[in-house]
Design a protein around this ligand. Structure first.
Ligand code: BDR
Ligand code: CA
Length: 319
């Protein structure tokens, strides 16, 4: 049975790969829509990136623009990692698709109300749109099957020592989502840093078909920042949130009580996990902690090969 999903994203190199991974598996995931949120770059830029990726593989999926910035304060972008466009690297042709007129929150509402079955939300950027939806339409929570999100890190952060980018950009939104009672699976840095692709694997991608080559070029750019930061390999953060929906058996996870710190001088934007055996609150988040990296990379390779074949078969057509 296919699972209906909505991807809320800020492409973003790894967001693009997450979208491609989902697109490769229509037998498992039906992407009802893609919504965008200011994060890695400005809303205009990242929406354009989403449309370019969809156009590259001929996938005419509705894209709705969401929040320009966080609920409070101004947007901090990820330009250092993702470049001036938010998805620097390959020269992608302009998109043949355009964003729809309806805004992200209203579009998600419409999809939730018109779907026969509850929809899984896959937020892989700051949680601003999802929090706005929950605040405006709390009655829609029952129509959300669950949330598979990328963000946070129980053990450590990346923007600061304690906060991961997606949560750091909008901690107030994250707090609303984490307190919502909706079942959440969190792909945080604990697992996503282990889901890393190495340079020789990127080189292999560049010997394959058009989609693999394009992703190889994306990763070439993305790895520049990783090397500067001394990372071991190039973490495929966002694809984990999709991979868990496709092959949950690749992951090891633990239910934890996770709260969002919105105040601390050193900890604003931290996902504070309670690791004690006896806790005051019931666990609210399924926290992914480990992944079978080799199988995960195979999943990515195979997905890109599926899309390579699709694009080669119908270079201009819709897939
Ligand atoms: C997250 O932040 C963004 O830069 C990536 O797209 C990912 O969603 C990783 O911290
Ligand atoms: Ca992202």
């Amino acid at each position: 049975m296919t699972k209906p999903i909505i991807i809320d994203c800020d492409p973003g190199h790894d967001d693009a790969i997450a979208i491609l991974l989902a697109l490769a598996h229509p037998e498992q995931l039906e992407i009802k829509g893609i919504t965008t949120v200011g994060g890695n770059q400005t809303l205009e830029k990242i929406t354009n990136n989403a449309l370019k990726i969809l156009s590259f593989v001929g996938a005419d999926i509705p894209v709705a623009k969401g929040a320009k910035g966080p609920l409070l304060g101004t947007l901090v972008t990820g330009e250092e990692a993702h470049g001036e466009s938010g998805m620097d690297g390959p020269e992608l042709p302009p998109s043949r698709f355009r964003a729809i007129e309806v805004g992200a929150v209203e579009f998600i509402r419409h999809l939730l109300l018109s779907s026969e079955e509850p929809i899984t939300l896959v937020p892989i950027g700051p949680l601003t749109n999802i929090a706005t939806l929950i605040r405006a339409y709390p009655e829609l929570k029952s129509r959300i099957a669950g949330i598979s999100m990328m963000g946070g890190g129980i053990a450590y952060g990346n923007v600061t020592r304690t906060a991961e980018f997606n949560i750091y950009v909008d901690p107030e939104a994250a707090q609303i989502v984490f307190e919502s009672g909706i079942p959440i699976t969190m792909s945080g840095l604990d697992v996503t840093d282990k889901a890393a692709i190495f340079d020789e694997e990127i080189a292999t991608l560049k010997t394959r078909g058009p989609v693999s080559v394009m992703v190889g070029e994306l990763l070439d750019f993305y790895s520049i920042y990783g090397k500067k930061m001394g990372y071991h390999g190039n973490a495929l953060h966002d694809p984990c949130a999709i991979a868990w929906l496709l092959q949950p058996e690749l992951f090891h996870s633990k239910m934890l009580d996770v709260t969002i710190e919105t105040q601390g001088t050193y900890t604003r934007g931290m996902t504070v996990g309670d690791l004690r055996t006896k806790t005051e609150r019931e666990p609210n988040v399924n926290v992914l902690l480990d992944v079978n990296r080799d199988a995960f990379i195979r999943l990515i390779y195979d997905a890109l090969a599926i899309l390579d074949a699709r694009v080669q078969q119908s270079p201009q057509g819709d897939s």
